[in-house]
Design a protein around this ligand. Structure first.
Ligand SMILES: [Zn+2]
Length: 448
């Protein structure tokens, strides 16, 4: 059948009508109620048990975790796309749509997650087995699931899949499509989501829930990040005769002082963002000499620094880069025969989603229906896969189970109650978002 056929325009059975507001609320509640708590916990535990740290040296990768996700989605009856981003590093993508879905008219919602986890470090520093997926009673009467990736973000992936299963059961006639995308390399260079976008999978996505651990706060803002290598070239000389050379350390300290002054200027200009705080330009590495043994009586020929730049709405990465280049040239001009080279090697822009975006509205109403209180708001301190989805034109909301500060720590855990709450929230928000009419309906192109 022609996917762009309008209902009632042909001789085939028209797809079911969109539910009205009250029906949509009831359906959203039914989807939340259809979440199977045992399924959420079981999926999260099985994922945690699969070590999916990427390590080029040992050959460890995300393949087994991605395989588990693919099998689970196939068990839900979905066609699953497994796309190798790099050897052993597959993205897993699956679509489900309700019987009422009309491509080009109705919305597509993405539920986004990643399979990779950061290293557990020295397991001796853990009080629990990092891959044991132990369930432990916590002092407040709840239950914690322990393990690397429990919060970041196998818990979120489990909640998203369980939510989809609930939506399938409760809302088979839904007028919309859900795309689950579980990608690789979020903790690295985000090659997984970049590949997903390059393959066209984001083209027809109208909104995405990024299931990262954000304490179930609705995050409409994510901080941006830029990484810059600073290479300073001088001329080596004896410490007793510094005039015979050019000291790269002097050039570097002057440059870093200029960076610090620029940071103050930006902080005063922009103030404290309510969800993201202040912008920062932080030197994180300083080396001189860059290689080899340092000696107290030798002025080195080079120096190096790395800058970790964290940006907020109102800042432009190109403009920051231009300013840094300007400061570097100014410092070098004052020190004849010195040279400062900047190598801007990563740019992840900040994101901002409009508070009246239909996805935000759907999550707000789902929050009240499922959790019985109005949604709290937050901001994401670092970049996520959502950064690149946003850059590709997809409105994103980052919301997921787990303490914001627990990822990458030892004894990582997630509260089982928040896992289940997240699955219910995703299920209700999915129905609320997809049951609502798409006012600007029209194909965005790509995979219809
Ligand atoms: Zn994550």
């Amino acid at each position: 059948m022609n996917p762009f056929r309008r209902p009632g325009s042909g001789h085939e059975d028209p797809p079911p009508e969109r539910p009205n507001e009250t029906d949509a609320d009831a359906l959203a509640r039914a989807a939340a109620d259809a979440v199977d708590p045992d399924q959420v916990v079981r999926l999260a535990r099985e994922l945690v048990r699969i070590r999916s740290v990427w390590d080029e040296a040992t050959g460890a990768d995300e393949a087994d975790a991605a395989g588990f996700v693919a099998r689970t989605l196939r068990d839900l009856g979905l066609p699953v796309h497994v796309e190798e981003v790099a050897p052993g590093r597959p993205n897993v993508i699956a679509d489900w749509h309700g019987r009422g879905f009309v491509a080009g008219r109705d919305r597509t919602l993405m539920l986004e997650g990643h399979t990779d986890v950061v290293t557990e470090g020295d397991p001796a520093n853990w009080t629990r087995d990092p891959y044991g997926a132990e369930l432990v009673a916590d002092p407040d009467g709840g239950t914690r699931l322990y393990g690397r990736g429990s919060a970041d973000m196998k818990g979120g992936v489990a909640a998203a899949i369980a939510a989809l299963a609930a939506v399938q059961r409760a809302a088979p006639d839904l007028t919309g499509r859900v795309r689950v995308g579980v990608v690789v390399d979020e903790e690295g260079m985000m090659a997984g989501i970049k590949h997903f976008i390059a393959q066209g999978w984001a083209d027809d996505v109208d909104g995405a829930i990024v299931c990262e651990p954000e304490e179930l706060e609705l995050c409409l803002h994510q901080k941006g990040a830029m990484r810059v290598h600073v290479h300073v070239h001088g001329v080596m000389a004896h410490g007793a005769m510094p005039y015979a050379g050019v000291n790269p350390i002097v050039a570097l300290t002057r440059f870093l002082a200029a960076v610090d002054a620029f940071q103050t200027e930006e902080q005063e200009r922009l103030g404290v963002h309510p969800y993201l705080g202040l912008p920062w330009l932080t030197p994180t590495i300083v080396r001189a000499p860059v290689r080899g043994e340092a000696q107290v009586n030798v002025m080195p020929d080079g120096a190096y620094a790395a800058l970790d730049v964290r940006t907020v709405p109102g800042q432009d990465h190109e403009a920051i880069h231009a300013r840094l280049v300007h400061e570097a040239d100014r410092v070098a001009a004052d020190l004849p025969r010195s040279r400062i080279e900047l190598d801007w090697f990563e740019s992840r822009p900040w994101t901002e989603t409009a508070p009246d975006d239909p996805l935000v509205r759907a999550l707000e109403s789902a929050y009240e229906a499922v959790l019985g209180r109005s949604a709290p708001y937050g901001g994401v301190p670092g970049a996520t896969d959502g950064t690149f989805l946003h850059a590709a034109g997809v409105p994103i909301v980052t919301v997921g189970p787990g303490d914001r500060t627990i990822p990458h720590q030892v004894d990582e855990f997630v509260d089982v109650e928040s896992l289940v709450a997240a699955a219910r929230l995703y299920a209700a928000a999915t129905v609320r978002y997809l049951a609502a009419p798409a006012p600007d309906a029209g194909p965005r192109g790509g995979r219809g």
